[in-house]
Design a protein around this ligand. Structure first.
Ligand code: ADP
Ligand code: MG
Length: 726
């Protein structure tokens, strides 16, 4: 029997259900259903007496019969109550959807023996079970029933009666040699049984379906065979069997992700040649010896050396540079770009926002003044023929050495004479497709450096950016004092104002940030404006600037530059200042409504202060009542300044799918069962194993691995399309 059999061939699945399964869960075949794993199991191995039940129990099952039905309540409170007895005591079973009342009375007739299963509640002073599952008592096989699977279903499915229980019946049918007699679901229409069905005995000893992982690997890691693991994930005989089955599936999933990434990376390294930048010449040396205003940290030196080695290797560099906010990534990027210039090539720096691009431009101009390099800025704001044309012409002729910009640098009309290096700052806002367009701008692809200030936990990086080599700046420039972070309630305004006043009296500057969430931009703007007024009223003697996304770039620029030059003492702003802004004299970051920010964002914002030698502060202001998770976020912020620790916590609290940017990353990242946050060690094991396999089988043609490669190819739809990129 073929696992690719369409799901309509399964008894109990007619056209309507098949469509629902497809629409809602993308289940089309037997194999898809087999891989639709339950999210939890509940122990159904014992029966309770009603008198034993208490409201704090988890799911329980009792055996008994319904004595009578009763309807009560009005309107939305209308409910159907069945008085259920086990012969000794009585408990109420309750249902709330009037449309189903008739069906329930018919399906569960008075006087018939049932097993009722559910979670006991107290209602009034009586115990009841709301929306219980009822099975005919003869279906109960204690011990053998063991752990019952629970499947996620959608509202639409539930409305059509395709709930967890119904899915359970389907998987049970699929996995059992003698399926329970069809229950006449879906208008009594039953489809024909396919020839032969998965035999659970076969699956039990793991013989079938045939395992695609090579035998040596299964033996070495004591992995549960494929067939057994699939059965056990739905119907485990014990918690231990479930654990081993889960382990096998997680490992397999992560292994194929790593095989895919590493296989493509290795191919690219073989096929794509990189420019060789072996000259460290006059521009770099002039800057390094005559213009660099401080000593590089050891971490900065190490990273520059790593990148120089990459660019001499003859391969294309593809490197991810991670470093906490303020660790000096921009400077590293600048010096790497000078190496490109020394080797007769141009370099391009892409930033996610105009403000950031402008700031980089200003930094570069400043740092490189007196060095023989032409730097230009190209953003959407650089308008008009007179300003744009010389930049475009200079870029095309090669006279512009370094081009800094936003998406604008990706436009069709931007041509480079000799693009040798692309640096992408704050990469998480750029999609893979956008990056790919840069690659296409040249015959020989440029080296690529991706910088991110949002530290990515190692295991996530291995999965998301597994094709990039990783460099980490794990050291801050000397003299930085850790930022002290405090949490204040909204009501503690006076404390806040006093603290701010004290810092300003010492000549420092203060940021005040208000949240900005797209959907409610208007309300947020009101918050910001009201806040701005409050600050102005409280400190009439100070100059206070205000910046938000609705301003023209000129107005923004004017307000910002007043703060950068020190003219204004307080900058009230939305998150437009999140990335990149650099005012070393600012020593306080006040974040209003901090409960509305994610951890990564809070950390980014905090990174705007603590850039000078003075003690800096971050004040998180929240309302009084906080959800548990919000409370944890605030606590973590108060406990640590370490971006990696914060990123790990973020991953734990939110799960990788929610981490900013992972969705747009475009990397094959569709985990069904493994969890990058919790399965870190397994990610490492999968990566090591994948490397080992590719070392031994570089051409992917060893017979003992044939089935594995075949399986990888069948997963291919999720693969990254390198043809776009190189
Ligand atoms: P990042 O981009 O990693 O957030 P930046 O490159 O903006 O950090 O650097 C933050 C600040 O630290 C800048 O003012 C920069 O000039 C300064 N800086 C960078 N490297 C050093 C160093 N080695 N010593 C002292 N200051 C440094
Ligand atoms: Mg930066």
């Amino acid at each position: 029997m073929d696992l690719s059999t369409p799901i309509t061939y399964l008894p109990g699945v007619g056209p309507a259900r098949a469509k629902l399964l497809n629409d809602e869960l993308h289940i089309r075949t037997f194999d898809d259903l087999l891989h639709y794993f339950p999210y939890k199991h509940i122990d159904r191995s014992r029966l309770y007496y009603i008198h034993e039940l208490t409201a704090d129990m988890p799911f329980v099952q009792v055996r008994g019969e319904i004595l009578s039905y009763e309807e009560s309540g009005e309107g939305r409170k209308r409910r159907l109550i069945a008085h259920f007895t086990d012969g000794q005591s009585i408990i109420d079973l309750v249902w709330f959807h009037p449309a189903t009342f008739g069906w329930i009375r018919r399906s569960y007739p008075v006087g018939k023996l049932f097993i009722a299963f559910g979670r006991p509640n107290v209602f009034g002073h009586r115990l009841n079970i709301a929306h219980p599952d009822l099975d005919p008592a003869e279906m109960l096989q204690l011990g053998k029933m063991g752990l019952q699977p629970y499947y996620h279903t959608t509202d639409r499915m539930k409305r059509a009666g395709l709930n967890s229980r119904a899915i359970e019946r389907l998987t049970r049918t699929l996995l059992s040699p003698h399926p329970a007699s069809p229950k006449g679901e879906e208008n009594g229409q039953l489809t024909a049984r396919p020839e032969g069905t998965l035999s659970s005995e076969k699956m039990n000893n793991g013989q079938w379906p045939k395992d695609y992982l090579p035998q040596w690997l299964i033996e070495r890691l004591s992995l549960m065979p494929l067939g057994q693991s699939l059965r056990a994930l739905h119907y485990p005989e014990s918690a231990d069997e479930l654990r081993r089955a889960t382990y096998r599936q997680k490992f397999e999933e992560l292994l194929f992700i790593q095989l895919n990434i590493l296989r493509l990376t290795r191919t690219r390294q073989q096929v794509v040649h990189g420019r060789i930048f072996n000259r460290v010449g006059p521009v770099f040396n002039d800057f390094y010896h005559n213009h660099l205003p401080f000593m590089l940290t050891n971490a900065q030196k190490r990273v520059i050396r790593q990148m120089h080695a990459d660019m001499c290797s003859g391969h294309q560099m593809n490197r991810l540079l991670q470093g906490d906010v303020g660790s000096g990534k921009t400077l590293v990027a600048l010096m790497t770009m000078l190496i490109a210039v020394d080797n007769g090539c141009q370099a391009c720096l892409m930033a996610p926002t105009e403000i950031l691009a402008e700031q980089h431009y200003a930094t570069f101009r400043d740092m490189l003044s007196g060095v023989d390099v032409r730097v230009e800025l190209l953003t959407g704001a650089v308008k008009g023929k007179r300003r744009r044309t010389p930049i475009l012409e200079g870029t095309q002729s090669g006279q512009v050495n370094i081009l800094i910009g936003t998406h604008a640098v990706l436009e069709e009309n931007v041509a480079f004479a000799q693009l040798g290096l692309v640096v992408i700052d704050e990469q998480h806002r750029f999609g893979v497709a956008q990056r790919a367009r840069l690659w296409q701008k040249n015959d020989t692809p440029p080296h690529v450096l991706v910088m991110t200030a949002t530290p990515i936990p190692r295991t996530l990086a291995m999965t998301l950016y597994g094709d990039l080599d990783v460099s980490i700046i794990d050291e801050l420039p000397p003299g930085r004092k850790p930022i002290a972070t405090r949490h204040l309630w909204q009501e503690q305004k006076e404390t806040l104002y006093r603290g701010v006043a004290a810092e300003i009296a010492c000549g420092r500057q203060v940021y005040v940030v208000y949240p900005l969430i797209k959907e409610s931009e208007k309300i947020d703007l009101q918050d910001l404006e009201a806040g701005y007024e409050e600050w102005c009223n409280r400190f009439p003697e100070l100059r206070i600037a205000c910046v938000h996304g609705r301003m023209t770039s000129q107005e923004k620029e004017r307000q910002m530059s007043g703060f950068v030059s020190g003219e204004t003492q307080i900058l009230v702003a939305t998150t437009v200042i999140e990335v990149g802004v650099n005012v070393p004299n600012a020593s306080v970051m006040v974040i209003q409504n901090a409960e509305r920010f994610g951890l990564a964002q809070l950390h980014q914002l905090r990174g705007r202060v603590g850039r000078g030698a003075e003690q800096s502060y971050c004040i998180l202001v929240t309302k009084y009542e906080l959800a548990k998770e919000t409370r944890q976020r605030i606590d973590i912020m108060c406990q640590t300044n370490d971006g990696f620790e914060i990123a790990e916590a973020d991953l734990r609290l939110r799960g990788p799918g929610d981490i900013e940017g992972t969705q747009q990353s475009g990397t094959a990242f569709d985990l069904h069962i493994a969890n990058i946050a919790r399965d870190g060690q397994l990610v490492q094991l999968a990566r090591d194993t994948a490397n080992e396999i590719l070392d031994a089988d570089p051409n992917q043609n060893l017979p003992q691995n044939a089935m594995m490669w075949q399986h990888l190819a069948s997963l291919g739809k999720e693969a990254i399309d390198w043809s776009n990129i190189s």
